[in-house]
Design a protein around this ligand. Structure first.
Ligand SMILES: *[C@@H]1O[C@H](CO)[C@@H](O)[C@H](O)[C@H]1NC(C)=O
Ligand SMILES: *[C@@H]1O[C@H](CO)[C@@H](O)[C@H](O)[C@H]1NC(C)=O
Ligand SMILES: *[C@@H]1O[C@H](CO)[C@@H](O)[C@H](O)[C@H]1NC(C)=O
Ligand SMILES: *[C@@H]1O[C@H](CO)[C@@H](O)[C@H](O)[C@H]1NC(C)=O
Ligand SMILES: *[C@@H]1O[C@H](CO)[C@@H](O)[C@H](O)[C@H]1NC(C)=O
Ligand SMILES: *[C@@H]1O[C@H](CO)[C@@H](O)[C@H](O)[C@H]1NC(C)=O
Ligand SMILES: *[C@@H]1O[C@H](CO)[C@@H](O)[C@H](O)[C@H]1NC(C)=O
Ligand SMILES: *[C@@H]1O[C@H](CO)[C@@H](O)[C@H](O)[C@H]1NC(C)=O
Ligand SMILES: *[C@@H]1O[C@H](CO)[C@@H](O)[C@H](O)[C@H]1NC(C)=O
Length: 830
């Protein structure tokens, strides 16, 4: 299908670009930008690549990095002109996005009490604090700490939508006075008030803390002090933080305390000393590259549904990971997947309470893969302090406990398992799965950055920035610069093309916001952000960005990834998210898209204005080599700006579709929620590492059910849904046409290291998932069709009657795999 109608806005935008064209100093750059813009004339229509692949200029060598400035602590983010704006703040002209704590009076001299100054830097400007609760997107802030030692005597209180960022070249230290008191955490990410946590832990989104030393060592060891209190949800991260704790006998220090929420991701953390160096309780999390030295217990896992640990190093602790909480009669930890890690000089490596008689039956499910034990007393402790895996020095290729389906079951197992046959293209040297932390570009001086706003884009949420933003991306690429997208909402009416070689970084999640007719044809979908064109080779990096839609956008594909990137230098998206509806500027809030539980919704009476996207992320057939880390593709279930967080109804057709023929895709800490037809779909693809993945079914389904309102598209391997309900015991009817959480079609080598597929609602009511009600929110949530070489470790479902369907046959009934609020299968293989 080819329609020139929808080309019009884009061509108009490009014409504007040419007219407004400003002569750049480097002629060849100018030529390059023009040649790239010219290629838009050869636009082809979605889906699928054009038969003749794009011709594009061969990648130009990027300019050599200028030598590091003489000031070794110089950091571009501090030095760049601060001109981010909060576009939908009531007073964007006066609201300050970037705050340097020193501008608010913090001394960082190791002597002065900086508590008040830091808290003032965070709270000033009418921002949302825990005392008010609720949530908002209109007061984003970066609170920046230059190098220094910041003394505090009470908690730093974190606010909503806040990025606490230290200088990565000279890490600032936040150090507690010996007299520190009065708070939970040197940094309290969610302060308790009279009514419990200030922010509802499962609604704390879009925040980061990175590049700090959190120093508790002046506080007496017998004082139970905490480094960071972090009950939190999706699109949040802790990165590059060192926790210094007392390591004397009897220490009561702890580095991180999380008691609730729905996370989340963290990486590159070092814990020295402490009693419980980290205390973790949350629905699910992905944690990568954490090192623990000299703690009593490295990780105290107080509860979870699913958790993926990768590249964990535990040294010289009494206990490594203690997941025995609740004991054998009432285990509170659902499951843990622990891979590519090492535990050395430690008494008990992993303590569980799991065994033949432990309850709930599948709680304490555990999978180890590629774990090196060195001089460990007991590798895995089981129910009643029994030895499940003896200690010593050895490498575990694969080991587990829980229920297995291969593909039929359940079998109860405890012992060695055959590890995944890891595709070589997914590995780094040494056999671990490839991993790469979010680039902070700290080695580059500020001259290597191009500001999108300086380049002419407004980000004001009102001006059409299509041409200006496109030009900024191409100019940065041509000059070998990193594009800094200053905080703002960049309204676009045509596709933004990101060529190979681009490096793009946002500021407190800068938003690309699509609108208009170009993206509104449900039969001719268009990419909002197109990463490479089909046939293009090379790679890109993008971080701290959000892509969104405004109003009705029936044909919007928020991310289309076409690049063919090499497996040893894949493209990467870090802290890059989709947000569809439910925020200021979306025109898809409570007023426009209220819930209608009392109306039977059909294709005819459905609120067409709230059809907000066609698909959220598409990895097309010719694409390959993509590394996703901490990526949350969210269709709003509630209005973030509403103080009561009331539910809304937004329709987005498809979540993440991976059709990459070559594959080689990593999904590290990703989540996809509330789409119509499916959250994750793998179709005719291979070579995938995914873990922890997390989904939620749309809360309104089956009112309407998943065939409505998006027409079936065969080339996208859309699922075909039955039009029926099924009956469970007592003639309870179960919707059979709710969207899939995970669907794997005609694929191979799909390796899922932890999955939480949740269906909490039926027609906005949670009765169907309340414990003991028979898990009747939907009949099935995960299917495998025509695929071999699929492994899923620690599959956790909620509200789903049958946990796995293989080639049309239900193979796992929830009632055989009970684990408290969830149902758990430790090992599925087909
Ligand atoms: C810290 O606060 C305590 C009271 O909570 C006070 O006694 C002490 O003097 C303060 N220390 C500093 C260094 O401000
Ligand atoms: C730690 O202190 C306890 C009593 O406070 C003592 O029994 C124990 O032996 C000490 N352990 C070490 C390793 O010093
Ligand atoms: C792991 O984290 C440490 C501490 O932040 C860092 O130095 C190291 O480079 C990280 N390793 C990887 C592979 O990212
Ligand atoms: C091991 O940990 C203990 C207790 O924290 C500490 O005293 C000792 O120095 C550590 N050993 C090494 C080699 O770090
Ligand atoms: C694990 O934690 C429990 C408390 O939940 C404690 O009773 C037990 O001793 C710990 N086990 C080990 C091996 O540290
Ligand atoms: C949805 O639930 C409401 C009650 O909350 C009920 O009145 C309505 O009939 C239900 N609609 C459908 C289509 O199930
Ligand atoms: C469900 O109903 C729709 C519309 O009525 C129809 O197009 C579709 O084929 C039906 N699906 C099945 C599996 O019967
Ligand atoms: C379920 O419905 C069938 C008819 O549809 C009926 O024969 C049967 O008795 C019902 N069972 C229960 C438990 O209500
Ligand atoms: C949910 O269950 C409660 C208690 O059984 C009942 O009162 C309520 O009507 C149910 N809600 C819906 C929407 O079915």
């Amino acid at each position: 299908m080819r329609s020139t109608l929808f080309l019009a806005p884009l061509l108009a935008a490009i014409t504007t670009t040419r007219a407004q064209h400003v002569k750049l100093e480097i002629p060849e750059v100018d030529e390059y930008v023009h040649s790239m813009l010219g290629e838009f004339d050869h636009w082809t229509h979605y889906p699928g690549p054009s038969p003749t692949y794009w011709h594009h200029p061969s990648p130009r060598p990027t300019k050599p990095v200028p030598p590091k400035p003489t000031n070794q602590c110089a950091y571009w983010l501090a030095d760049i002109k601060h001109q981010g704006i909060a576009a939908f703040n009531p007073t964007p002209s006066t609201y300050q996005v970037f705050r340097n704590v020193k501008d608010f009076g913090a001394k960082g001299d190791g002597v002065t009490d900086d508590t008040a100054a830091i808290n003032n830097a965070i709270s000033s400007g009418g921002r949302l604090g825990p005392a008010q609760g609720g949530s908002t997107t209109v007061t984003p802030a970066i609170v920046y700490f230059p190098s220094g030692v910041y003394m505090i005597n009470a908690s730093i209180i974190d606010y909503y939508y806040t990025q606490l960022i230290g200088n990565p070249n000279c890490l600032p230290t936040i150090r507690a006075f010996p007299t520190f008191s009065g708070g939970l955490g040197l940094i309290d990410g969610d302060q308790y008030g009279a009514n419990g946590l200030g922010f509802g832990a499962t609604n704390v989104f879009w925040r980061q803390i990175r590049n700090f030393i959190i120093d508790m060592t002046l506080v007496p060891g017998d004082s139970s002090v905490t480094g960071i209190h972090w009950p939190t949800a999706q699109a949040t991260s802790l990165q590059n933080i060192v926790f210094q704790m007392n390591s004397n006998n009897g220490t009561q220090h702890q580095g991180i305390f999380i008691e609730s929420g729905s996370g989340g991701f963290m990486n590159d953390l070092v814990f020295n000393g402490g009693n419980n160096a980290a205390v973790f309780g949350n629905q699910q999390f992905t944690m990568r590259n954490l090192t623990f030295n000299n703690a009593v217990t490295a990780i105290s896992q107080i509860w979870d549904w699913g958790w993926t640990y990768k590249s964990i190093n535990i040294n010289n602790c009494t206990t490594g990971l203690n997941m025995s909480s609740g004991g054998p009669t009432a285990q509170s930890v659902g499951s843990v997947t622990f891979i590519d890690s090492s535990i050395s000089n430690t008494g008990v490596g992993i303590a569980t309470a799991h065994g033949p008689n432990s309850q709930p039956p599948t709680a304490g499910s555990l999978i180890l893969e590629n774990v090196v034990f060195t001089n460990v007393g007991i590798a895995v402790e089981g129910e009643g302090n029994t030895v499940a895996l003896a200690g010593g020095s050895f490498t575990v290729a694969g080991w587990g406990e829980g229920h297995s389906y291969t593909p039929n079951g359940p079998q109860t197992f405890e012992g060695p398992i055959t590890p995944v046959a890891r595709p070589a293209s997914l590995l780094q040297s040494g056999g671990k799965y490839y991993e790469r932390s979010k680039p902070q570009y700290q080695q580059y001086p500020v001259q290597n950055f191009l500001s999108a706003r300086s380049a002419g884009a407004t980000g004001d949420g009102h001006t059409d920035d299509t041409a200006a933003l496109q030009r900024a991306i191409l100019t940065a690429r041509a000059q070998g610069k990193i594009l800094f997208v200053d905080q703002g909402d960049y309204l676009v009416s045509g596709t933004i093309y990101v060529p190979a070689g681009s490096r793009i970084v946002g500021e407190s999640y800068s938003v690309i916001l699509s609108h208009g007719n170009f993206f509104n044809n449900i039969y001719a979908p268009q990419p909002v952000v197109q990463i490479g064109r089909p046939g293009e080779r090379g790679s890109i990096e993008m971080s701290d960005m959000i892509v969104s839609t405004q109003g009705q956008q029936r044909g919007a594909v928020l991310f289309e990834y076409n690049l063919n990137s090499p497996s040893n230098s894949p493209s990467g998206l870090w802290d890059v998210h989709a947000r569809i509806g439910g925020f200021a500027g979306s025109n898809l809030q409570l007023a426009e898209c209220p819930t209608t539980p009392d109306v039977t919704v059909t294709a005819d009476n459905l609120n067409q204005q709230c059809i907000a996207a066609f698909m959220t992320m598409h990895l097309t057939k010719p694409s390959s080599g993509l590394y996703l880390e901490n990526v949350w593709l969210w269709v709003a279930d509630h209005d973030v700006e509403d103080p009561q967080l009331r539910q809304i109804t937004i329709y987005a057709g498809r979540g993440l579709l991976d059709q990459s023929q070559e594959g080689t895709v990593w999904m590290v800490g990703t989540a996809v929620e509330h789409h119509v037809k499916y959250e994750y779909q793998f179709a005719n693809t291979q070579n995938v590492f995914a873990g922890q993945i997390q989904t939620e079914t749309a809360y309104y389904q089956p009112n309407p059910s998943a065939p409505i309102p998006f027409p079936y598209v065969a080339t996208l391997s859309d699922p075909i849904f039955p039009n029926t309900t099924t009956l469970a015991a007592g003639n309870v009817s179960i919707p059979a046409a709710d969207g899939w959480g995970l669907r794997i079609v005609d694929s191979s080598a799909i390796n899922v290291y932890g999955a939480g597929l949740y269906s909490f609602f039926d027609n906005y009511s949670t009765n169907c998932s309340n414990q003991g009600n028979g898990e009747v929110c939907q009949d099935r949530n995960f299917e495998v069709v025509g695929s071999r070489g699929v492994t899923v470790y620690n599959l956790n479902t909620v509200g789903t009657h049958y946990m796995i369907e293989v080639d049309g046959v239900d193979v796992a009934y929830y009632g055989d795999n009970l684990d408290g609020f969830v149902d758990t299968i430790a090992l599925f293989r087909n």
